[in-house]
Design a protein around this ligand. Sequence first.
Ligand code: IPE
Ligand code: IPE
Ligand code: MG
Length: 238
Amino acid sequence: MSDRPNHDPGVARSVAVIMDGNGRWAAARGVPVAEGHREGARALRRTVEAAIDLGIQSLAVYAFSTENWARPPDEVDSIMELMDETIDRELPDLAKQGVRTRFFGRRDRVPAALRQKMEGLEAETAANERLSLWIAFDYGSRAELVDAARRLLADGVRPQDVSEQAMSERLYAPELPDPDLVIRTSGEQRISNFLLWQSAYAELVFDETLWPDFGADQLRSALDEYAQRARRFGARGQ
Ligand code: IPE
Ligand code: IPE
Ligand code: MG
């Protein structure tokens, strides 16, 4: 939640990734889109392992947006099933490596069985400290801000007491550190409703790689690009 990094400014400790390009990866191979998402789940595992090696402390990934419900029902179902399988198969291995996983977004529309698995994994990994993995699922930044405004009202906060801190405390994941770096894969150059509040001063890196092909090399190159950037947070640079 801090506005400024309290570490070597050239090193990104908090990284967020918009994992995009699964559909194009599948289309290029003439395989169903679900295959692209499956390969995307493998890329997530690779990337988390690389992030551990690179000393990243917090990794937030955009897995399913509030707008992605508008996709064909078959595709939405395949993403829900895949998240279920990923919790069973991939994330426990990451947990053994010290990864603490948390989900953030709306929980009320996700199938009940999946929601229980999400909560189970969060509870099982709560004491892990090596890397925090934040999975944005049924997440949209505008919905998050609307929900935060509702909570302010429900809590009876007076207008003069509404502050940046009061808002931050009411986001879906108040403990999620503001990202130093946001990476979007697949060449698209937009935010698509991800972490609008939290990314106010994040550096943005756009990578052409389709998400299923992403891995340690691409992550390292994004961090190298980040290290070249001068962050000023609105102040006069030296
Ligand atoms: C990202 O890949 C995964 C989700 C949005 C769920 P896409 O499925 O958006 O891939 P493209 O953009 O169609 O290639
Ligand atoms: C953003 O990608 C959402 C996720 C990566 C989960 P989209 O593919 O849904 O975004 P648009 O439609 O290209 O903006
Ligand atoms: Mg996309």
